[in-house]
Design a protein around this ligand. Structure first.
Ligand SMILES: NC(=O)c1ccc[n+]([C@@H]2O[C@H](COP(=O)([O-])OP(=O)(O)OC[C@H]3O[C@@H](n4cnc5c(N)ncnc54)[C@H](O)[C@@H]3O)[C@@H](O)[C@H]2O)c1
Length: 337
């Protein structure tokens, strides 16, 4: 049985991914520091559900603590590492930038060291569509420039990509970086738009709509996202002998077993349409608080998912209305509203 270490396993994506891997019979060590950036109760509940599976064990460790991380990893001897733990909110990074450097840079380095020491078969790490920053060339392709991050969150994720490339090159460590595009679904994050909008609408509060609704996001349903991650585990990058081996549109490095892959729906949804879809699902009409663009925000994201498709034969396709309906069902059941 394959031993997979998942960091951030009590988080939104880590929970869904661990569930899928356990259902496929893998043994999963979940590592999570249970940070209080949002309701810790949600994190404990996610871990409790995973702990129902005999193949799951959990360790509460902060990844900045290299010695503690080494100790739990050594006891497990991972064959694959999927690194999702991060300080993840885009906007909070303006208020608390140091936290992002500590977790996303120092913590990611510690995870890479574990991967190197255990010579894992594949290291897969989460980056973000935010690294495309001011790049206006849409849809975003992995071979496009991503050199203009607009927040320290994006900058620390870009640093993770660069560090990952160096270790893949130096230590022949097969590494895949995911660039996720706005992930949503049941057990989602309270700091993200869908959660906030549903909560506000059900409580009769106004929803803050930035850039007067002229914002576009490529929303990715969480079940689709974790399916793509699962398939990418088997798409292990191999260092090419020459650049002739690299297909057009493939982000494979010429000097390392290293690749960057977008995971997105390839469908950019206008924020006002998103709000209307939530209204239709809830049967309530939102009070709209139209606001200017926020500092550091990008007006649009849109993924080119053709590399994912060519590597795995799969691309996310859940319709936003179906995904919103699934979220609302979960939200109502969880909060009893
Ligand atoms: N959700 C999205 O839309 C989205 C988009 C792009 C990228 N990502 C990336 O995907 C990954 C998972 O995101 P998520 O949405 O599940 O977020 P999340 O906040 O729900 O999960 C992250 C988990 O990491 C843990 N964590 C944070 N700092 C830690 C530390 N220093 N040590 C140990 N554990 C720590 C948290 O307790 C949390 O459970 C992150 O790397 C994030 O940057 C997410």
């Amino acid at each position: 049985m394959t031993r997979v270490m998942v960091t951030g396993s009590a988080g939104f994506i880590g929970y869904h991914l661990s569930r899928l891997l356990l259902d496929e019979g893998m043994t999963v060590l979940g590592v999570d520091g249970m940070t209080d950036y949002y309701d810790v109760c949600l994190k404990h509940k996610r871990h409790q559900m995973l702990l129902q599976s005999p193949g799951f064990s959990a360790e509460e460790v902060m990844i900045e603590d290299g010695a503690a991380l080494d100790a739990v990893a050594d006891g497990f001897a991972p064959e694959i590492i999927i690194h999702l733990a991060a300080q993840a909110g885009v906007r909070y990074s303006l208020e608390n930038p140091r936290l992002y450097v500590e977790t996303n840079v120092v913590g990611t380095f510690n995870v890479m060291e574990v991967a190197r020491r255990h010579a894992v078969r594949h290291l897969l790490m989460a980056s973000t569509s935010s690294v495309y920053g001011a790049n206006g060339d849409m849809p975003y392709g992995e071979t496009h420039k991503a050199d203009t991050p607009m927040t320290i969150y994006a900058a620390t994720k870009k640093a993770g990509e660069a560090m990952g490339h160096s270790y893949a090159h130096l230590w022949d460590l097969p590494t895949t970086m995911f660039r996720f595009f706005t992930v949503y679904g049941p057990w989602g994050r309270p700091d993200m738009a869908l959660f906030k909008f549903v909560a506000a609408m059900l409580e009769g509060r106004a929803v803050d709509i930035y850039n007067h609704g002229e914002m576009f996001r490529d929303f990715t349903y969480v079940d689709d996202l974790v399916r793509a991650i699962r398939l990418l585990i088997d798409a292990v990058p191999v260092r090419p002998e020459s650049t002739d081996e690299i297909a057009a549109g493939d982000s494979l490095s010429p000097v390392a077993p290293y690749r960057i892959v977008n995971i997105g729906n390839s469908n950019s949804v206008r924020l006002l349409d998103f709000v209307e879809a939530i209204e239709a699902e809830l049967g309530v009409s939102a009070k709209r608080n139209l606001m200017p663009m926020q500092k550091g925000d990008v007006p649009a994201t849109w993924a080119d998912a053709s590399l994912l498709q060519s590597l795995t034969g799969y691309r996310p396709q859940t319709d936003i209305r179906d995904g919103i309906a699934a979220f609302v069902r979960w939200y109502r059941a969880y909060y009893g509203v």
